[in-house]
Design a binder for this molecule. Sequence first.
Ligand code: SF4
Length: 376
Amino acid sequence: MTQTRTNLIGLTREELTDAMASIGEKAFRAKQIWHWLYHQGVKNISDMTSLSKSLHAKMEEHFYIGRLEVARHLVSVDGSQKWLFRLEDGNEIESVFIPDEGRGALCISSQVGCSLNCDFCNTGTQRIVRNLTPAEIVGQLMAARDSLNEWPSGVDGRLLTNIVMMGMGEPLMNFDNVKKALTIIKDGEGTAISRRRITLSTAGVVPLIARCGDEIEVDLAVSLHAARDELRDILVPINKKYPLDQLLKACAAYPGARNARRITMEYVMIKDVNDSPEDARLLAKLMRQYKIPAKFNLIPFNPWPGTNYETSSNNAVHKFSRILNDLGFSAPIRQPRGRDIMAACGQLKSDSENQKLKALAAKRKAEHDAAEPLSA
Ligand code: SF4
């Protein structure tokens, strides 16, 4: 059924105020409703108990609270969790929650599929379908909070403390909606996740990096993965458009970057491709040459069905990390999490599509087997 009403989730404060004005309500109503939506996490307009029943009825004529439908929810033995969400148009996206000591990060998607086709990435094999709306981006956080039972916001000791825009899609290719969604997520009277706890990861959409710092004001991570243009052109093809020199200059100039707020260089470690000691030394040299306050995040490649790449050996990863440490850079190795629930980007959605294809093939075969032969 096509919705003719407006989803209250995903409207900025200004838009919510305008929406209330459109049904003859004053601005303070928007403030109350904001509190119910993003602080209390209510799922129904009728649960906003400080509003009168007649206002509930009036609002329900024009608005609804759109929550994401959970198609699958998997919990790993190591505590990480993954959700596959089905959107109103039937498309599917995923989010991953990774708990750690004293903190927990939710990895949020920004697009259905991705246009950048990074060679090592499972999402890169899924064509770009569309950008997510602000409601669908904020909705991932709200659904995770529902599952973790973390309403109302602002309670001490909550598990979900950080956001990383690092799920499916390139967030800077959906700049306006990501900006709107993060403005909502950061709001201190709502979900209240401070900008210092939000990191946006880009594959290197250079022209929008400065705007990200100025307008979205969150920490930056870069999917670097190679220290040489020839290799990065293959692993992260947007490098052909915006090569390392342009990317690293943009990082050096990133608004707000300094030693206390360093830029994270994500580096997927792929066996015999980018994991040599020379690669590590070259990375350190580049960071110095461009004066980037950087730290590294080394991620052992998480193989997915159909990939030609393999994970670097333990030895190679530790040696790589040590070289960067000796040259003055923090380079922790991210422990693989949620392998039992396929936590790497895009894997659950691909798995779901494979299952659908298998079901379709089985149905066709059954139909074919049952069909009458045309001639005896
Ligand atoms: S790594 Fe990120 S930008 Fe590259 S294809 Fe995957 S989702 Fe897209």
